[in-house]
Write a protein that binds this ligand. Structure first.
Ligand code: SF4
Ligand code: MSK
Length: 641
């Protein structure tokens, strides 16, 4: 397996890579090789293809043209393409949120088959927060109004996003207003980004980057936050739940349905349909002992935290899962779905099924999802998978699977920290103030073939834990650490510093908290607001001893998340670096000057341990500013003065 050491640290992934190779299956790593050497202009962000006179490129070393045909320089070109990426990432999360809000509307109107409002308490809390009347009203009527008000956040052309007024601390809001960083509406900022970056419009890199910050806020504090909240309303609030992760959750004797993508709407129904006695009977008739619904990417995280469903893998494991020959159906919705799955599936009996009108793949069977007939559609998909079970060829499933605990939220996590009867952020703040905990770090985001799968998440998280930093995770990063066994309470003893270990022992929490899918990064923003509200850690989000990182980032959504974290005042170590290194000015703005504006900034450290240390440096800097006590226990990483 040493042959695959440059591709993944995960033994099950490596085993499946060998299987794939033996079976003549090409994977993303093979295609990555075919793409090298990469174009240097593209990599440095100085290639422009915005208008039809181009493409143009600027020579970052001064040996060739310094301007495109229209006169755009490296700063304009790099900033313009980056802000388009921010808009695309924000659009992806926000459109996901829009679909959830729309499903809530249909559910409350009684037009969505199989759904109901599973969490009326959260609906009532949101209704009060956003000004929907709740007194003497039916829950479904409140649901209609909340959904409509939520949908208005997309349509709004003036004013400010609601949650940006109700959740963050006042000093942070004041600072955003001062710098014109409050988005008016989700779609408006994205539309404006596309206008500003059209040929011949905004040619001031700072002006472009400021709008990138603003656009990203419409994701974090808008589309993504609404998505999280309304998913909790519709599908129920996650609670800590034990499950299993890795390719070994696929079962030789059971029907395996893999759901992959991001949205919980259909996958929730597929899980339900897989438990339908009629389907279980059909499975038996087809020679299977049962039905497993496992997930990949964030659809996995959604059904993991609410249903306890097993996780098959993260982004780079999608082709590997099919290569085991055990996947009877792979059902995909939106985002992070490699088109290559079409070819891979054809080599096996696997039925690849697309379900979103927004995400079809040529030549792949499409069963269109429709909220009005959700359960019937889910049942039809499960039936197809079950009937495909007898068509399997050779099955080779890696044995590895690991326990994990997931399902933490702002509402439930701090019950643990505060004890069963005292739901409060006080113990978390006190732990930080007293020097038992150094701070909190969010390590999130994807896998990329540019880095060894999972290694950067693991090395970074272990360094943070050893230095008494509590880690929160979402997305594929959480899955990476889950595979390594970091998401169980027992991991504290092995990896955490003494202070964090004591807290985990007292509360039964793992040292790494799985907070959900990519849109659930909004839970982290809300947790930060609660920390400020609780007192003792400053008055603005940028005062907190916290930091973030996406150490294996690969997509525009990760870029948008990075931007809203920096806009919200966080230090973010982001790697690989964004494509801006061909513009000194854009790079300087993102890694230095933006700190003057928001209190946050980017750092591009590629080494995960060094990246963790830069995050710790930032946490320590904020601890010093807050005049917090020195850490109680000796720390392995001792920053130089
Ligand atoms: Fe070239 Fe300017 Fe057109 Fe970009 S917008 S492709 S730099 S002419
Ligand atoms: S799924 S966005 S690869 S984290 Fe959210 Fe994973 Fe990144 Fe997709």
């Amino acid at each position: 397996m040493a042959k695959y050491d440059e591709r993944s640290v995960n033994p099950a992934s490596k085993e499946a890579m060998k299987t794939a190779e033996d079976r003549g299956v090409e994977t993303a790593w093979d295609r990555h090789k075919q793409q090298t050497p990469v174009c240097g202009f593209g990599e440095l962000g100085v290639c422009c293809r915005i208008c039809e006179m181009g493409p143009c490129r600027v020579d970052p070393y001064g040996n060739g043209p310094q301007k495109g045909i229209c006169g755009a320089d490296a700063d304009t070109i790099a900033a313009r393409h980056l802000i388009r990426q921010v808009a695309a990432g924000s659009a992806a999360h926000s459109d996901h949120g829009y679909d959830i809000a729309h499903t809530l509307l249909l559910t409350a109107q009684g037009k969505a088959e199989g759904y109901k409002i599973k969490n009326p308490e959260k609906l009532l809390a949101i209704a009060k927060e956003i000004g929907v009347e709740t007194k003497n009203r039916e829950i479904n009527d409140i649901g209609v109004d909340v959904a409509e008000k939520a949908l208005d956040q997309w349509r709004q052309l003036t004013g400010e996003l609601t949650y940006m007024n109700t959740r963050p601390p006042k000093d942070t809001i004041d600072n955003w207003r001062k710098h014109n960083l409050m988005p008016s509406g989700v779609e408006h900022e994205i539309v404006q980004t596309l206008h500003r970056t059209h040929e011949g419009v905004d040619a001031d890199y700072k002006n472009l980057l400021m709008h990138a910050l603003k656009t990203s806020m419409s994701d974090g504090w808008g589309g993504a936050m609404i998505s999280t909240d309304l998913s909790d309303v519709l599908f129920g609030a996650p609670m800590p739940v034990r499950s299993k992760v890795n390719l070994g959750v696929l079962e030789k004797k059971q029907v395996n349905i893999v759901v992959h993508g991001h949205e919980p709407t259909l996958s929730e129904m597929i899980v339900e349909a897989s438990r339908d006695p009629e389907m279980l009977e059909l499975a038996k008739k087809n020679g299977a002992e049962g039905i497993v619904v496992g997930g990949i990417c964030c659809t996995a995280n959604e059904i993991l935290m609410r249903q306890g469903s097993p996780v098959v893998g993260n982004f780079l494991s999608q082709e590997l899962a099919v290569a085991t020959g055990s996947v009877d159906a792979m059902v995909v919705d939106v985002q992070c779905i490699m088109p290559a799955l079409a070819e891979t599936s054809k080599k096996f009996h696997t039925k690849l099924i697309t379900t979103s009108p927004k995400a079809k793949i040529s030549g792949v069977e499409h069963i269109q999802f429709d909220e009005a007939k959700a359960y019937s559609i889910a049942k039809e998909i499960v039936k197809r998978a079950v009937e495909n079970f007898p068509n399997r060829g050779d099955v080779l499933i890696p044995a590895s699977k690991t326990d994990l605990v997931a399902g933490f939220t702002v509402e439930n996590t701090f019950w643990h920290l505060g004890g069963k009867y005292r739901s409060s952020f006080r113990p978390l703040n006190d732990g930080i103030i007293a020097g038992r905990l150094r701070g909190v770090a969010a390590v999130i985001g994807c896998n990329t073939v540019k880095k060894i799968q999972d290694k950067h998440h693991l090395d970074m998280v272990k360094e943070l834990l050893a230095n008494d930093v509590l880690v929160v995770q979402t997305g594929c990063g959480a899955i990476a650490c889950a595979k390594e066994g970091l998401l169980i309470p027992e991991a504290a003893k092995k990896y955490a510093g003494k202070g964090l270990q004591e807290i985990c022992e007292a509360t039964g929490l793992p040292p790494v908290l799985h907070l959900g899918s990519c849109v659930d990064n909004s839970r982290i923003l809300v947790a930060l607001c609660e920390m400020i509200k609780e007192g003792g850690l400053g008055t603005k989000l940028s005062d907190l001893p916290i930091a973030g990182s996406a150490p294996e980032q690969m997509c525009e959504k990760a870029i948008a998340i990075g931007f809203y974290c920096v806009a919200s005042g966080a230090f973010v170590n982001f790697s690989p670096a964004m494509r801006v290194l061909g513009s000194e000015n854009v790079n300087k703005f993102l890694t230095e000057e933006v700190e003057e504006i928001t209190g946050g900034k980017f750092n591009w450290e590629p080494d995960p341990v060094e990246g963790a240390r830069r995050m710790i440096d930032h946490i320590d800097k904020n601890r010093a500013k807050l005049k917090l006590r020195p850490m109680l226990n000796p720390q392995p990483y001792e920053p130089k003065a």
